[in-house]
Design a protein around this ligand. Structure first.
Ligand code: PNS
Length: 158
């Protein structure tokens, strides 16, 4: 069984993330969305909320969402995964993601990274941009799945 992990902070999950999840889930038997609990980045949403928000979406049946708080390769080993899925928006993502792919391979020889180019309409999208727009009560249509708009706005209002 080909198990792949799609890791990230998902603070919050965006339409771009969901697009990658849907496309990658067609290629692998099982896709685990790995939500990093304590990233270097200070996350706005709690780990529990970030997991819950992804689970609220209409996900393919072979997708599972799991929070983790250790090295990605250790999380992969525990879940029987040897494939990493990463979305690439632009050339600017490429250099950093190659470095990560090489490091992860160094740490776990069987680990291979598969890059998915984001769909064109999401090339500009990031969780940071979503938070900035939501903070000023902007329109989240097409940026974040509709099911999450109210939750994000409510959290922003503090
Ligand atoms: O959505 P993000 O914040 O860009 O995702 C980054 C993530 C979670 C993929 C990366 O920070 C990660 O893999 N963290 C776990 C720790 C680890 O294994 N780092 C790579 C080896 S130094």
């Amino acid at each position: 069984m080909k198990v792949a992990v799609y890791p990230g902070s998902f603070d919050p999950v965006t339409c771009g993330h969901l697009d990658v999840i849907k496309r990658a889930s067609k290629v692998f038997d099982k896709l685990i969305v790995g939500v990093l609990k304590n990233s270097d980045k200070e996350c706005f949403f709690s780990p529990g909320m970030r997991v819950d928000m992804i689970n609220m979406l209409d996900l393919p049946n072979n997708v599972e969402v799991i929070a983790f708080d250790r090295l990605l390769v250790d999380f992969m080993k525990d879940n029987g995964a040897e494939i990493l899925v990463k979305g690439l928006r632009a050339v600017s993502d490429y250099e950093y993601e190659c470095q990560m792919a090489w490091i992860n391979k160094k740490l776990m020889a069987e680990c291979d990274t598969f890059f998915v180019p984001t769909s064109e309409e999401y090339a500009y999208l990031s969780s940071s941009i979503v938070k900035e727009i939501a903070r000023y009560n902007g329109n989240l249509n097409g940026l974040v799945p509709e099911e999450l708009h109210e939750i994000i706005k409510t959290k922003m209002e503090g």
